[in-house]
Design a protein around this ligand. Structure first.
Ligand code: DAK
Length: 259
């Protein structure tokens, strides 16, 4: 990854086309500070041009995925610094959503405030039974600042989202599953194995098709249905004569596809 960047808040592990990124400041429950956003921004920029990496997995070290934006850093900010912190965070969360590769959040513990929004900017969320979710910003006299008011209602509906956003209540992994906030719940010790298996399955699929599926869903959900369908026909067509041809030929010849 970015050799010029000396990562302090992230641990990286690359294996078989899967990059596992661990948010690693457990002493502060992996709270998201400026350094985290600068490092994550650099990493995502670098990763976006890496065709050898098929899937990214994001998790947290210790008992939190991320317990929110770093309150200790924010408390001393003036209004200009607050705006800069906000713009930096928003750009990084958008870059996560725009990354060509799918991102799976392996949510090991607290995912609160900015930490819940970080999980929301990933493509698929798997939670350990130890995970806890919430948007407690109102308790601090704040609103969410990283598009939680936009992504959460789109994912779980406005009623459920407003309930979480207005009360600041935490929900456990089973409740998050019921709400559709996460797609799967595992035992804590099985989390990384289950997520690894999911990542490996995605990494074994047609790589161009996987990226296009992510782009179609992301772009489609942000825009108009008919425009999404028209983009789908165009991108569907782009796979004929190359990756799609190989996948279909391999099926008919009863052999694994060579991507
Ligand atoms: N920031 C900084 N440090 C944090 C932190 C956070 N969000 N969460 C925890 N820590 C630190 C604690 O201060 C403590 O540090 P020491 O005292 O050991 O130095 C250490 O992590 C361990 O935490 P606890 O001792 O509190 O651990 P417990 O197990 O007892 O409690 C907890 C765990 C997660 C329930 C508790 O730590 C907690 O309530 N944390 C705060 C959760 C929270 O309120 N999160 C939302 C943060 S606000 C915006 C941009 C961004 C945002 C808003 C607007 N704009 C641009 C408009 C984002 C806002 C947020 O995310």
């Amino acid at each position: 990854m970015d050799c010029a960047m000396n990562y302090e808040t992230l641990k990286l592990e690359e294996k078989d086309g899967i990059l596992t990124v661990t948010n690693s400041r457990p002493q502060a429950l992996n709270a998201l500070n400026t350094r985290f956003f600068v490092e994550m921004g650099a990493l995502l920029k670098d990763l976006s041009v890496r065709t050898d990496i098929r899937v990214m997995v994001l998790t947290g070290e210790g008992k939190a995925f991320a317990a929110g934006a770093d309150i200790a850093e924010m408390v001393t900010m003036d209004s200009k610094q607050g705006s800069e912190f906000s713009l930096l965070g928003q750009a990084v969360f958008q870059a996560m959503e725009d990354l060509p590769q799918p991102v799976i959040a392996a949510i090991n513990g607290f995912a609160l405030g900015g930490g819940c929004e970080l999980a929301l900017s990933c493509d698929v969320r798997v939670a350990s039974t130890l995970a806890k979710f919430g948007q407690p910003e109102v308790k601090l006299g704040l609103t969410p600042g990283y598009a939680g008011t936009q992504r959460l209602p789109r994912l779980i509906g406005s009623g459920a989202a407003l309930h979480l956003l207005l009360t600041g209540d935490m929900v456990n992994a089973d409740e998050a599953l019921r709400l559709g906030l996460v797609q799967k719940v595992t035992a804590p010790e099985a989390l990384m194995t289950e997520v690894g298996a999911m990542a490996a399955k995605i990494a074994s699929m047609g790589p161009k098709a996987v990226r296009l599926v992510k782009r179609l869903v992301r772009q489609g959900m942000a825009g108009d249905f008919k425009a999404g369908c028209s983009l789908e026909s165009e991108l569907f067509g782009s796979l004929f004569g190359n990756e799609g041809a190989e996948g279909m030929k391999a099926f008919l010849e009863k052999r694994p596809a060579k991507w």
